[in-house]
Design a protein around this ligand. Structure first.
Ligand code: MG
Length: 387
């Protein structure tokens, strides 16, 4: 299968992929990266994203984005930018759809608590967990565990990584040790992720009544677009005004990212993906003015949304639920379902404890919000409540 036409020389080319952990014949009518994307879409972890939240707990508001819609939005933004920059759209789509596969239930709160529980056993990093999902945890294919994705998809999924973990994953971890760059496709999805969540958190926060337009007018990025929408369409109702403002904010960020990156690429003039990887800094970037405006928005969201008392309340509840589940499974590993339980291995009690902790973390990280709630209820409610 030929590469998409018009691909730039510095893009990730299907014909020069660094390959898969288990070598496979090329698919007949798809590129290697299309196959990666397809395997991700058909994975169990991908379907679970529908019931995992970012900021809000699923049942608290039906219209706020779960990770599934977030991932689709990231894929949409990534593909638009990739096409303009003549990068590999299929690869950006695969990375975008997989980038959150390792996320725990209950968003940021879940990840923090699992990291705390796992501190004596090597910690828990959600990006690293996404790689574990595609490399090991999906069990679907006859010849290998995991999805056996290409190096380029795995490189994009492993956005951050501690040096300790980087040493454990072979070639895909080397860039964290050598401090080199990933492909432009990976760089791009990383920033498309930020564009998506900053903007949909504004939208979800307004819809949930946790943020107000008056508050948001303190943020330059919002104020600028809001004022121009009001001026051009003073008759619009609030719901449509908000949508129009958010759409314009996304567009402004995308245009800035494209133009700045285009300039960076023309001055560095990389002749292939290896030059991109060895360049001292990422070439896909926002302008410094835009990066400053993004920081202002991010700071605003941190103070007013992520630390809103209702969100803090939900997070505290979520943390308690996951910490209690972790403790219960560690104390009595027989509470685990048969399949993960049988995987616990080790000669000494210490080795078995270490192995058990990782299996419990994998099991909890794989849960959806509502599954975690029902497991917690099953294990902690009094006997008459479970009858
Ligand atoms: Mg994300």
């Amino acid at each position: 299968m030929a590469d998409p036409c018009n691909l730039a020389p510095y893009a990730a080319h299907d014909s020069s992929t660094l390959g898969r952990l288990y070598p496979e014949e090329l698919p007949e009518y798809r590129s290697a990266f299309q196959r990666d994307r397809d395997r991700i879409v058909h994975s169990t972890a991908f379907r679970r994203l529908e019931y995992k939240t970012q900021v809000f707990v699923t049942h608290e508001g039906d219209l706020s984005r779960p990770r599934l819609t977030h991932s689709i939005e990231v894929a949409q933004i990534s593909r638009s930018i990739a096409r303009t920059l003549r990068l590999n759209e299929d690869l950006t789509e695969a990375i975008a759809l997989a980038h959150d596969l390792g996320h725990t239930p209950f968003g940021h709160a879940g990840q923090d608590v699992l990291n705390r529980c796992m501190a004596p056993y090597g910690g828990f990093e959600h990006n690293f967990q996404s790689l574990r999902v595609v490399d090991h945890l999906e069990e679907k294919y006859a010849k290998f565990s995991g999805l056996n994705l290409t190096f380029e998809s795995r490189e994009g999924i492993l956005k951050h990584c501690s040096i300790a973990n980087a040493k454990d994953v072979g070639a895909v971890g080397e860039r964290f040790i050598n401090q080199t760059q990933p492909s432009l496709e990976a760089q791009l999805v990383n920033l498309a992720d930020q564009i998506a969540y900053n903007n949909h958190d504004v939208d979800d926060g307004l819809r949930a009544g946790l943020l107000t337009i008056e508050q948001l007018k303190e943020v330059s990025l919002f104020r600028e677009q809001y004022e121009s929408v009001i001026q051009q369409h003073p008759e619009l109702n609030q719901r449509r005004t908000i949508h129009e403002v958010v759409r314009r904010m996304i567009n402004r960020l995308v245009v800035d990212l494209i133009e700045t990156s285009q300039n960076n690429i023309s001055s560095a003039n990389p002749d292939n993906i290896e030059t991109v990887r060895n360049h001292p800094s990422p070439l896909i970037q926002f302008s410094s003015e835009q990066a400053g405006l993004n920081r202002e928005l991010k700071q605003f969201l941190r103070e007013n949304l992520y630390r809103h008392h209702r969100v803090v309340g939900m997070s505290a509840k979520a943390e308690r639920i996951l910490a209690e589940l972790f403790e219960a499974f560690m104390e009595e590993s027989r509470l685990l379902p048969d399949e993960p339980y049988r995987e616990i291995m080790g000669e000494s009690p210490e080795q078995r404890e270490q192995s058990c902790a990782r299996i419990v973390a994998d099991y909890i990280a794989g849960m959806t919000d509502r599954y975690a709630l029902s497991e917690h209820q099953r294990l902690f409610s009094s006997p008459d409540q479970t009858a």
